[in-house]
Design a protein around this ligand. Structure first.
Ligand SMILES: [Zn+2]
Ligand SMILES: [Zn+2]
Length: 515
């Protein structure tokens, strides 16, 4: 359903002849907006446009060269223009909106030069609108995608950016821009749209255009440091790092780079002070940063891009291994959580399958997020899990887990060509974007079942499975196999969870208690 008629984005070729007189321009503009010249609206548009044209004349700005900067200057000018200043103070924002609409009209008519570097934008917008229809979204989100696409088009043109240069930086600028665009107005007033929504919708539209080959499909990586790109490619190819890991590494390295500059210029002082500025982080993320930077520096050293001694300049973070107990809950609580899963609605059927996978197999959230349809071998009753290292492991599929997945596939999973096993329950039926969504499912299930005292996060199932297996008498080695740990040291964290047993063998403290 389309509730608002799209304004055309014609970006006509520049006219050779000079623009007509101000009066004629205004009349054409008003008739273009289908406004009766005597209506109140026409009077307001007329006043704003005349003021703008007058100001252009005063400053010797030719119509042909109007751009966003000129419009902003006009909006800010301390008005002493004859006949206009009295009104000016009253409705500045409204006047600005009308002027911007007029500038867009000039662009559409070819009086102002615009070079977007893209052909046939109205057709792409119309096709995009049809593509949104096919996603069968609710009216609200569908309308958001359409209007934001138009908004993005208007903003790009206003900012005089080329379509070919679109990348994440430009989309971020768009998301954060102080909006004066000639779209998105309700009764002349701006309707604010949030940063997140702008970013999400613009990305979606850009993806659509990339898919049709209108703009290059590979995002230019010019603003990525070439050393870092080489390093990340190496991580993927030679160390088998997953996309999630690479994303984390990239974010962390990027945060430090502005403080450091070119690797050949790095020195110990700069490195240390860059780390210190990030010292407010939790010990966990600080020590991850240390790991990342050491690995990156090692890579650079091998490439001959920075001095080997720098490896010793990265400070270490004081952390004690095995200093905390893994959080866990007892088997009864786990069973109560599973029993609390309703299966009335499709989304609940999906959530139950996910909870069972977490509880019975102790999978990580990322394992579930990544799971594909063909990871399940129904004939032999096995499940392939790739885990952190992308090294596939085959796990037997317990009966109740298999039943729950089958129920999901049979009745609840949307019919789409998507390969991921678990999809969002609302259109567009995409895979989960992050493992936090799995944690959300766990929290919702506990909430619904009125189960309290369960620590947040989906890892609680993994910890509990290990703990409960050990208490039931399983050895560390078999627990490590079930959890698919590649090193026995990782499993060792569970060696101290059996507190009642440890208390029995604890020796009394020698001497009198000191206080
Ligand atoms: Zn003025
Ligand atoms: Zn805007």
């Amino acid at each position: 359903m389309r509730t608002r008629s799209s304004l055309p984005f014609r970006a006509a070729p520049l006219r050779v002849e000079d623009p007509p007189s101000h009066g004629t321009l205004l009349t054409t503009f008003l008739s273009f907006l289908s406004l009766d010249e005597k209506s109140g609206c026409a009077v307001l548009f007329g006043a704003a446009v005349r003021h703008f044209l007058h100001w252009l004349d005063l400053h010797g700005i030719a119509i042909r060269t109007i751009d966003d900067q000129a419009v902003r200057r006009f909006e800010k000018h301390r008005c002493r223009c004859h006949r206009y200043s009295a009104q000016q103070a009253h409705y500045k924002a409204d006047q600005a909106a009308r002027v911007r609409r007029f500038v867009r009209f000039l662009e559409d008519q070819g009086y102002v030069e615009v070079d977007d570097g893209i052909d046939d934008l109205p057709r792409h917008l119309a096709d995009y609108s049809d593509a949104i229809d096919r996603l069968q979204l609710a009216d609200g989100p569908a309308q958001a995608y359409r209007s934001e696409a138009e908004h993005f088009v208007a903003w790009l043109r206003m900012a005089r950016r080329q379509w070919i240069e679109i990348d994440d930086t430009i989309i971020d600028q768009y998301a954060a821009h102080d909006c004066r665009c000639p779209v998105w107005r309700k009764r002349g007033k701006l309707v604010a749209t949030g940063t997140k929504r702008r970013r999400r919708c613009a990305r979606h539209f850009v993806e659509f255009l990339r898919g049709r080959g209108v703009i290059p499909s590979v995002e230019p990586v010019a603003n990525d440091d070439p050393h870092m790109s080489a390093y990340l490619a190496w991580l993927k190819r030679h160390r088998g790092a997953t996309d999630e890991t690479i994303r984390r590494y990239r974010t962390d390295i990027r945060r430090l780079m502005p403080m450091l500059g070119e690797p050949s210029q790095w020195d110990a002082t700069a490195l240390r002070s860059a780390f210190q500025r990030r010292s407010k982080e939790t010990p966990g993320s600080a020590s991850l940063l240390v790991t990342i930077m050491r690995s990156y520096i090692r890579f650079l050293v091998v490439q001959g891009k920075c001095r080997p001694a720098l490896l010793y300049a990265v400070p270490s973070v004081q952390r004690y291994r095995l200093s905390t107990l893994p959080r866990h809950v007892d088997p009864d609580t786990i069973e109560r959580i599973i029993a609390a899963c309703p299966t009335g609605r499709p989304v609940e059927v999906r959530d139950k399958a996910i909870i069972l996978l977490l509880a019975r197999l102790g999978l990580r959230a990322a394992d579930i997020q990544d799971m594909r349809l063909n990871d399940i071998d129904w004939r032999s009753g096995h499940l392939t899990v790739k885990g952190k290292t992308r090294r596939p492991d085959r796990l037997p599929l317990p009966q109740d887990v298999g039943d729950a997945i089958l129920a999901y596939l049979a009745a609840a999973r949307p019919k789409t060509a998507e390969e991921h096993l678990f999809l969002r329950a609302q259109a567009p039926f995409r895979p989960f974007r992050s493992s936090a969504e799995i944690a959300g499912i766990v929290a919702r299930t506990c909430d619904r079942g009125g189960i309290e005292g369960v620590p947040t996060g989906s890892h609680i199932f993994r910890h509990s499975l290990a703990t409960n297996l050990l208490r039931a008498g399983a050895g560390l080695e078999s627990v490590g196999t079930i959890l698919r740990h590649s090193s026995p040291e990782t499993t060792a964290i569970y060696a101290k969870v059996d507190l009642p047993m440890l208390m029995k063998i604890a020796q009394p403290w020698p001497g009198e208690p000191s206080c």
